[in-house]
Design a protein around this ligand. Structure first.
Ligand code: GLC
Length: 768
């Protein structure tokens, strides 16, 4: 037995085992000391890999020091040790030799194999989704060592902790109600990243493979979890971190972070499929003013277009989009329009003609342009893998920006299709390599968002506002997301919390659900509880489907309107705090809405907490999500919490019973918090955002706030013009707020970075 030193230091190790891996080798690369990439490299000389998710700037910066003992190779970075066995199994240890992650053989193999005929029969009867395809090319199985919890995986249904369930990544427009049924678990987004958290360690796995992939997190076998690819290469990252936040920082250092949004995008958005004319839109805008409900955006769904032709408008119903947007602008409201990828196949329609002439559409196997159907009927689909096509599409967004449109909502980009799914062999040859639909499907929405982002940036010079339904890892760099077609049912209100939290844990912090529910008819009670539950949602939009009951704030009675107004105003009050969280997120990837486990990792009570969330680290929201309920149990973690509704101080580390009649959402502020807020404002125009109030919530209302618990409290607040990219050249301010009883109003405001000229006209303080 020899302990052989291969080389002192190297960025990667390549191993081969022809019996196990016939035509490829396995490359283990140190991206950083904490991030390891494990990748099969086919023997094919022409192989080159392009990631759709990663930032262009990614470089492998880590170094392994490598040794070999018998047939096991040990590669060590400054923080982890990777042991690669002859069997190609990989075990990873921390610096102290604790096992973090280990490959294993599953205790149970696949459930009985079905014949193709049986599978077809099951599909016909609807017992098996079209997305199921268990012919894996590579599958990795890892041990569940102890009490691991699993978080992330994007918009998947079910609970915060994904342990015990299995999931498919295959972007799907599933019209059925989205429930936790795992066989049918594919939704609109594919974010093949999850966090494994247990008391001794936390790490993330990012499987960067755009084909259909599978995740089994202790479902088939309680002692292991696995992930599998159906095609392409095995290509995953092990991301080590001291805690969940460190893992998210690592993941977003690879895939990118949501850039700072325009300030108005954090305001309230009103949508409906569809507002049918400019008069109707103006009436909606007037109602916001008349009923004193703040609003920053109205969305136009597909009916604003001429026969659903993208980059056109119906001149009869919307005679002058530009005039409409300027009329709304006078009221401080922006106009956002939907754009789908399906282009109506009609000679003489300029987008179709240009697309054909420019070779911009995806092709069928025989080289002809591929057709399917969506809203406009017979349609063709841009090949967004092509740089030229993305630039062409980006230029087309000028039609909208020239008409005063402030944001673009990208829909149906899974891509959805009405004439059956796209065959796997539809060709996307845009980047010079003929890639088939089965490889591009999961990044189609991602690439469309990228094109839209580039277009808005070029045309407006402002921070682009894009919303998308379908996306992939890394889409956060270009777009915000919403969770698609939920329904006006209580289970979907409940689902909103784990879904938004897992999106944040998956690098997509600027997310929202359709408030009030999209499909089916909402009720006054459901709408009231929905606006309460989502009152801190970064994307804050009410949207509903055609033929459903109207659900604008005034659509019901006075009492519902009053509740709705109260929570929209609450949202506006805390926008300076939400914007600070956006700033923090843009630097770190740490989400705005956080599961309790992110801030209280060692508290066993919060591992499975599905019905509460934190906004940053200072605000805890525990909404009512059950029909008829007027009280609920709330878990408050360690510390002092201030009941936002009554001002009462409550000791945490326990469950309390909280009474919450229909107009009350249980909200708690962490003792010692300093929070920047706005006074009562109707929208986020420049004039309305010139006054700031700094609220201080001392832990103890009877004691002087200079006491021990509050002494070290300070808060950093970010301010810029909320619009363009000047902040990147240093045009922003950072304020350090702290409180002391020596000053008249207690507040000390220091400008620690002074780069933006338009300072607040007035800053006042309130001690709560
Ligand atoms: C899709 C979208 C929905 C939109 C509708 C019409 O169902 O998810 O939000 O209203 O299409 O465009």
């Amino acid at each position: 037995m020899k302990n052989k030193h291969i080389k002192q230091s190297m960025p990667s190790v390549i191993v081969r085992n022809e019996e196990l891996l016939e035509n490829a080798s396995l490359k283990i690369e140190a991206i950083t000391d904490n991030i390891i990439r494990i990748h099969t490299i086919p023997n094919d000389k022409d192989y080159s890999y392009v990631s759709f998710a990663l930032d262009d700037s990614l470089e492998a910066k880590g170094q392994f020091s490598v040794s070999q003992y018998n047939s096991t190779i040990t590669a060590t970075t400054d923080s982890i040790t990777v042991k690669i066995k002859e069997t190609l199994e990989i075990d990873i240890y921390d610096k102290d030799g604790n096992l973090l992650c280990a490959d294993c053989k599953p205790a149970r193999q696949e459930i009985d194999k079905y014949t193709q005929a049986e599978i077809e029969q099951l599909k016909q009867e609807g017992h098996m989704p079209d997305t199921l395809d268990t012919s894996f090319k590579y599958k990795v199985t890892k041990r569940i060592i102890g009490n691991e919890a699993f978080y992330g995986l994007g918009d998947k249904t079910g609970f915060l902790n994904k342990r015990g369930y299995e999931y498919i990544m295959w972007n799907s427009d599933n019209p059925e109600p989205h429930v936790e049924n795992t066989t049918f678990s594919a939704l609109y987004k594919s974010v093949p990243f999850f966090i494994v958290h247990h008391e001794n360690c936390t790490y993330g796995i990012f499987l960067d493979n755009t084909y259909k992939t599978y995740f089994d997190l202790g479902c088939l076998d309680a002692g292991s979890y696995s992930f599998a690819v159906t095609n392409g290469e095995l290509n995953y990252y092990f991301i080590y971190g001291k805690n969940i936040k460190e893992v998210i920082k690592g993941y977003t250092s690879l895939t990118g972070r949501s850039p700072l949004p325009q300030l108005w995008t954090l305001g309230y958005h009103q949508s409906r499929w569809s507002y049918m004319s400019d008069e109707e839109v103006l009436e909606v805008a007037n109602n916001f003013e008349n009923y004193n409900v703040p609003c920053d955006a109205i969305h136009l769904d597909i009916d604003y277009m001429d026969q659903f032709k993208v980059f056109t408008s119906d001149k009869e119903r919307f005679s002058d989009l530009k005039q409409l947007s300027s009329k709304l602008d006078e009221r401080g409201i922006k106009l956002v329009t939907i754009i789908d990828p399906g282009v109506k196949a009609q000679d003489g329609y300029y987008i179709y003609d240009e697309g054909i002439a420019g070779n911009h559409f995806a092709k069928a196997k025989d080289g002809s342009v591929y057709h399917n159907a969506v809203w406009p009927g017979d349609a063709v689909f841009p090949d967004f893998t092509s740089f030229d096509t993305r630039s062409w599409w980006a230029d087309k967004t000028k039609y909208l920006t020239d008409n005063g449109i402030s944001g673009i909502w990208n829909d149906m980009n899974e891509p959805a299709s009405f004439n059956g799914p796209f065959p796997d062999d539809v060709v996307f040859a845009g980047d010079g390599k003929a890639r088939l639909h089965n490889e591009i499907h999961n990044v189609y929405g991602h690439l469309m968002s990228k094109a839209t982002y580039d277009g808005l940036k070029k045309n407006s010079q402002k921070r682009p506002f894009v919303i998308t339904r379908a996306c992939y890892s890394g889409s956060q760099k270009y777009t915000t997301v919403w969770t698609g077609d939920n329904q006006s049912i209580w289970t979907h209100l409940k689902l909103a919390i784990p879904q938004l939290l897992n999106l944040g844990l998956s690098g997509l912090p600027f997310a929202g659900v359709d408030i009030g529910g999209f499909g089916a008819n909402t009720t006054p009670e459901l709408l009231s509880r929905w606006i309460e539950a989502c009152c801190f949602s970064p994307l804050f939009r009410n949207h509903s489907a055609k033929l459903t009951r109207r659900q604008e704030p005034w659509a019901f009675d006075e009492a519902t309107l009053n509740i709705y107004r109260k929570y929209v105003k609450l949202h506006y009050k805390f926008i300076p705090y939400l914007y600070d969280l956006c700033y923090e997120e843009s630097l770190t990837g740490i989400p705005i809405l956080r599961p309790l486990v992110m801030e209280y990792e060692n508290d066993k009570n919060v591992i499975n907490c599905n019905d509460e969330y934190l906004v940053g680290s200072s605000i805890l929201v525990a909404p009512i999500t059950d029909q008829g309920a007027v009280a609920r149990s709330v878990y408050l973690p360690q510390g002092i919490w201030i009941d936002y509704n009554s001002g009462k101080r409550i000791k945490g580390g326990r469950y309390i019973l909280y009474k919450a009649p229909i107009d009350v959402c249980p909200i708690f502020i962490k003792g010692g918090s300093i929070l920047p807020v706005y006074p009562d404002i109707p929208n986020l125009s420049h004039e309305n955002t010139q006054r700031l109030i700094v609220e201080f919530y001392p832990s103890d209302d009877t004691e002087n706030f200079n006491n021990k618990t509050n002494k070290s409290c300070y808060y950093m607040h970010y301010q810029d013009n909320g619009t363009d990219f000047k902040y990147q050249a240093g045009e922003y301010n950072l304020y350090k707020f702290s409180f002391s009883s020596n000053r008249p109003n207690g507040l000390k405001a220091e400008l620690t970075k002074n780069g933006y000229k338009n300072k607040y006209k007035h800053i006042s303080a309130v001690i709560k």
